[in-house]
Design a protein around this ligand. Structure first.
Ligand code: GTP
Ligand code: MG
Length: 400
């Protein structure tokens, strides 16, 4: 007996829904859950959003009132946070430049302590001149030898051979062992420094960077009050040759010991694995878009790096040798971990912090900014513009 048309339509819809649900259940072995993200998400990239006028982040911001941030106020409103800089004695002039900019635009108001770190002792001149550049407390710390030295399982002959191969592929700094050590230290060691144990938040500052805009609120308080884990300014593609096996190692980690349970339900997997915008990067990096939060600027919560999942992830990567046999940077390592294990809504684009590390900028359109042109991404060769992968961040995550 034929069913009435209405019932036939209902049966067809039910069947389709059943197939869709069945497909989702079967393909559910990838614990990737898409949740609605902010309405600042955009797939349209007709012009740089920084060319539009913008201001401070939304919400209540903690500001200077009377002496609440005075350097010598024992009951100040500062939270447990420090500005952090790994730097060489030879980069004194360059770090003084960075200090001048950050003090002028922000820290002369909030007086957060500076912590300088080095693998060799700082010179007296370094200490004297940096101390004279701020009213805030300054600390000088030596990196523990065991945090810096090349791990025992690294075969130095293999390192030399690999470095030659990477060099032929134009991977920058491939032969420079200290560069590999620095990347490894920034990936999995800095927050373990004994002098940082009482600190939770940090602002990473490199020598020879520029800050352009007055920032009139306590950014560390912003992170804490808004439950943010990580803040960035610039988002760029990496050299795929420097990280050829980083993503395969990441997948191995996820596939072993039930580590897939560490994936956050609101992760940024689609941002990490995008193959649409720059397919050849994804191919050469074996499934990773290479898009990363540029880590010479970081404002972060060290509790994330101190978490069990990140420690296990770092140990896995470290044991695989890729910090030396390839040239894995701390930026892709941090970005992959954040993209997988953290709620992507806790990663904040500090669009209001005007910043430059040669050759890229984050330059807002705001009367608070001086010295950079709004929306400019690079002052280098025009081809550098294609290294910008913020469009992917805005597409998959949003501008919050
Ligand atoms: N103390 C110390 N600091 C280092 C060493 N290597 C790098 N750094 C610091 O680590 C940070 C990153 O190093 P950079 O040489 O700037 O690396 P990069 O930003 O990838 O390269 P550039 O584009 O040349 O700036 C900087 O703050 C350096 O001062 C080292 O061997 N010892
Ligand atoms: Mg640098």
């Amino acid at each position: 007996m034929a069913l009435p048309r209405g019932l036939r339509a209902l049966a067809a819809i039910t069947l389709v829904l059943f197939v869709v649900v069945l497909y989702q259940v079967i393909s559910g072995s990838t614990p990737r859950i898409s949740l609605p993200t902010s309405d600042t998400k955009t797939d349209k990239w007709t012009h740089d959003p920084q060319s539009e006028v913008s201001g401070e982040p939304a919400g209540e911001l903690r500001r200077v009132e009377g002496n609440n941030y005075a350097p010598d106020n024992p009951n100040s409103d500062r939270i447990n946070a420090t500005i952090l800089s790994l730097v060489r004695n030879s980069e004194l002039e360059e770090i003084l430049q960075s200090m001048r900019d950050l003090e002028r635009t922000w820290n002369s108001k909030f007086n957060y302590p500076w912590t300088f770190l080095n693998d060799v002792p700082f010179t007296e001149e370094f200490k004297r001149k940096t101390k004279a550049s701020t009213k805030a407390e300054v600390r000088y710390e030596l990196v523990p030898k065991e945090h810096w030295e090349v791990p025992a399982w690294i075969n130095m002959d293999l390192f030399q051979e690999s470095a030659q191969v990477l060099k032929e592929q134009d991977v920058q700094y491939a032969e420079k062992i200290s560069y590999h050590q620095m990347c490894r230290w920034n990936s999995g060691m800095f927050y373990k420094h004994p002098a940082l144990q009482n600190y939770r938040y940090y602002w990473r500052v490199e020598p020879h960077v520029h800050f352009f805009c007055d920032v009139d609120y306590d950014v560390f308080r912003y992170m804490q009050d808004n439950n943010k884990t990580y803040g960035f300014t610039v988002n760029i593609y990496d050299s795929p040759q420097s990280i050829a096996t980083l993503w395969p190692e990441t997948l191995k980690f996820l596939a072993s010991d039930d580590h897939a349970r560490y994936l956050h339900p609101n992760n940024a997997m689609d941002w990490l694995t995008d193959a649409k915008r720059r397919e050849e990067h994804n191919l050469l990096a074996n499934g990773y878009s290479t898009c990363h939060l540029w880590s010479n600027f970081e404002i972060g919560d060290m509790n994330f790096w101190r978490s069990k999942q990140y420690e296990e992830f770092f140990q896995h990567l470290d044991r695989s040798g890729g910090f030396f046999y390839e040239r894995w940077g701390d930026a892709p390592v941090h970005s992959i971990a954040l993209g997988l294990f953290e709620d992507k809504s806790k990663i904040h684009w500090f669009r209001d912090i005007g910043y430059q590390h040669i050759p890229y900028f984050n330059c807002p359109n705001s009367p608070k900014c001086k010295g950079c042109s709004a929306g400019k991404f690079t002052d280098g060769e025009a081809w550098l513009n294609k290294e910008d992968c913020r469009p992917n961040w805005f597409k998959y995550v949003g501008m919050d």
